[in-house]
Each structure stands twice: as C-alpha cells, then as structure tokens.
Design a protein around this ligand. Structure first.
Ligand SMILES: NC(=O)c1ccc[n+]([C@@H]2O[C@H](COP(=O)([O-])OP(=O)(O)OC[C@H]3O[C@@H](n4cnc5c(N)ncnc54)[C@H](OP(=O)(O)O)[C@@H]3O)[C@@H](O)[C@H]2O)c1
Length: 288
C-alpha cells in the first residue's frame, strides 16, 4: 500500500478539491475547434461529473473557441458551491483553428471578460497563464509582461488565484516574484516525465501540479507493461495510468478529458485503485 494515494483532496488556491477532476477540452469539436458532434452527450458528461463529486473542472475559452465554456454553463449553472472552474489565458484561435499567442494587455483583458461572460461568473476562481513561446512544449521567454497584466486583473477582483501552464522552472520562479502561483499545469504522464524534479519541488511548497494529457492526450497511452498490470489488477490501462499519477505525489490533481460518460465513470473509479510498491516500481520503469 502507498500512503500517498490515501489523500483524496488537495488545496487549490483557497479551496480544497478532490484530486480526481475533469478536463473539458474533449467537449469541443475535432481539433478542439467548433461544436461537439453530440451536444447532449457533452452536457451529460459534465452533469455526471458533478453528480459524481468532481469539484474541479479545467477549461479555456479558446476551446472551441467559446464552445466548451458555454457548454459548462449550460450543463451546470447555477454552479454547486464547491465547484472550482479553472480556466486559461494566453492563446487565441485563428479562423483555421490555429493556436496563436494572445499576450497583449487588450487580449488578456478581453479573455478574462470572455471567460466571465461565457461561464456566467463574477470572478474566475483560478486562471492559468498559458505560456505560448512554443505551442507544444515549455520554452524559455519572459512571462513578466502578461503575468503583470493578469495580476492587475486579480487586484481588480476579476480573478481570485493565478497559475501557470506550459512553463519552465525559470518561468515559475519569475512568476512567483510577480504574484502568488497556486498551480502549475504542464504535460506529464507515465511516459513523459520531464517534470519529475519540478513536481517534488512544488509538492514541498504546497503548490498543486496538474498534468495535462494524463492519458497521453491525442495519442492515448499504449504499452504492454501498462496492459499487463491492468489485466492483473482487473482494471483498464487508463485507470492504472491515472492511479499511478495519484500515487506519484500528493500535490497532483487529475483532469483527464473525455467526451464519454462511460470513460468518465471508468476514470473516476481509478481513485479506488491501490498500487503495491512492486507495481509502482514496474510502472516507474516504463520508458517513453
Ligand atoms: N494547459 C494546456 O496546455 C493543456 C493542453 C491540453 C489539455 N489540457 C487540459 O488537460 C485536460 C486533459 O487532457 P486531454 O483531454 O487532452 O487528454 P487526456 O486526458 O490525456 O486524454 C484524453 C483522450 O483519452 C480518451 N480517454 C479518456 N478516458 C478514457 C478511457 N477511460 N478509456 C479510453 N480512452 C479514454 C479520450 O477519448 P474519449 O473522449 O473517447 O473518452 C481522449 O481521446 C484537457 O481536457 C484540458 O482541460 C491543457
């Protein structure tokens, strides 16, 4: 038994959330662009998540764009009192679906107001500044200017807490000189572990680490080790991948994405899976 998995909650800003949350990106159309193929199914996933105790939902107004936030509002507003919706700023979508940087004062201010309006909120509980020096990976570059704007919007009362996404350790250090950073959202999963030292560092500081693509994202995780462990435990490979993350560190909050109620239920059940030290060692040894 591992003691880490015994804690089912962690602090996110001024709230405590269940470590198993939900990421809403899969609710937009293909390529995270346009409407979902089944609008009612998207509403059903969100309602099932909330009914199952999920109180941490990750989104962005650039999913769709605007689509995902509007679906969240339609499905769940007025929101349960314990629900924390985390959104992101820093990207803009081109008319062709491209992902572009949106770091100017005007773009960031507009994005905060768009999020508030589309989600039907007066204050955004947590906003991640999504670094865009490279769309796919953390890349060095100063985030001082956009983060200063976001901190001003926080002082105006439009944003309660600030996090960072797709960032390097240097950018986190730079960010923490500007404002309090309550969470970091970077790519991390069983086969992408560049952030291992960072996760431990943030755990020591009480800062939440929220891996995106916990199941591999657009290329779902596939591995013979994962499949073998899953069949031995009577679980699915995705459940094992999520359970491994829950065991990895106490500050990890999960936001697996799905457009399917069946997958959602499966993912939430991963919280009940206990991995022995031997199984953890086997999974730890998996290579990218
Ligand atoms: N900060 C950033 O830059 C960033 C980037 C990407 C994502 N995110 C956030 O992170 C969240 C999670 O990432 P993600 O949704 O892209 O990737 P993910 O959670 O790693 O995986 C989602 C993929 O796995 C499939 N899936 C989910 N549960 C499954 C299950 N139980 N069995 C089989 N397949 C399953 C989904 O398909 P089905 O729909 O068919 O279930 C989807 O194709 C997003 O929703 C978003 O909120 C943030």
């Amino acid at each position: 038994m591992s003691s880490v998995n015994e804690s089912t909650t962690f602090r996110l800003g001024s709230r405590v959330v269940n470590r198993l949350g939900y990421g809403a990106m899969q609710l937009a159309g293909p390529g995270v662009f346009g409407a979902p193929k089944d609008h009612q199914a998207a509403l059903a996933v969100l309602r099932e998540a909330a009914a199952s105790g999920v109180n941490h939902i990750d989104t962005a107004d650039f999913y769709g764009p605007h689509i995902t936030n509007r679906i969240i509002r339609e499905a769940l507003h007025p929101y349960p009192g314990d629900l924390v919706i985390v959104t992101k700023l820093g990207a803009r979508r081109g008319e062709d679906g491209s992902w572009n940087r949106g770091f100017s004062r005007e773009q960031l201010t507009q994005a905060v107001h768009d999020n508030l309006r589309h989600l039907g909120l007066d204050v955004l509980e947590v906003v991640n500044l999504r670094s865009m020096f490279d769309v796919h990976h953390p890349a060095e570059g100063s985030i001082e200017a956009p983060l200063t704007v976001l901190a001003e919007l926080q002082r105006q009362g439009l944003v309660r807490h600030i996090g960072l996404s797709n960032v390097t350790r240097a950018q986190i250090a730079e960010g923490r000189r500007i404002c309090e950073i309550v969470c970091v959202q970077n790519l991390y999963n069983l086969v992408h572990r560049a952030d291992d030292p960072l996760i431990d560092e943030l755990a020591g500081q009480g800062i939440a680490y929220v891996p995106f693509f916990p199941l591999g994202g657009f290329t779902p995780l596939q591995s013979s080790t994962l499949s073998a462990v899953a069949s031995r435990l009577g679980a699915t490979p995705m459940q094992v991948a999520l359970a491994w993350l829950l065991h990895r560190a106490p500050n990890i909050l999960l936001i697996p994405g799905t457009s399917s109620v069946v997958h959602l239920r499966e993912n939430l059940a991963a919280g009940r899976l206990t991995l022995s030290r031997q199984t953890l060692a086997e999974l730890d040894a998996m290579q990218a």
